[in-house]
Design a protein. Structure first.
Length: 114
């Protein structure tokens, strides 16, 4: 389980969690945007630092884009694609999640893994 669905409010704080890929543990986060839950590895496409500017805070002040705390790279919350800044056309690595019976869980087969 990542978190309860009530822990994620549209444009609000995200929930940090970890995922295991290819034998490595990665920091990840889940957010709610326009009613849907999205999750990404917590790693900027620019230099690989964690995004949150305060623990669990990933959105900018408008709550419409995700922002990297280090250099201000901007990402679309629904796709993870870079919208501006030094991420230069990159994107956040998605993590497959779904909402089931009031909880956000990792998808059994993480199809978002490239």
């Amino acid at each position: 389980m990542v978190c309860g669905t009530s822990a994620l409010v549209d444009g609000g704080d995200g929930v940090r969690f970890t995922v295991h890929r290819d034998g490595v543990t990665h920091s990840a986060f889940a957010i709610r945007y326009e009613g849907r839950v999205y999750a990404y590895l917590n790693r900027c496409a620019h230099v690989g630092v964690e995004l949150d500017w305060q623990l669990g805070r990933f959105f900018d002040s408008t709550a419409t884009v995700l922002i990297c705390s280090t250099h201000g790279a901007l990402y679309d919350p629904a796709t993870g694609h870079c919208l501006g800044g030094p991420c230069n056309g990159g994107r956040l690595a998605p993590v497959g999640v779904e909402e089931i019976n009031g909880v956000v869980v990792l998808k059994e087969k993480d199809e978002s893994h490239d």
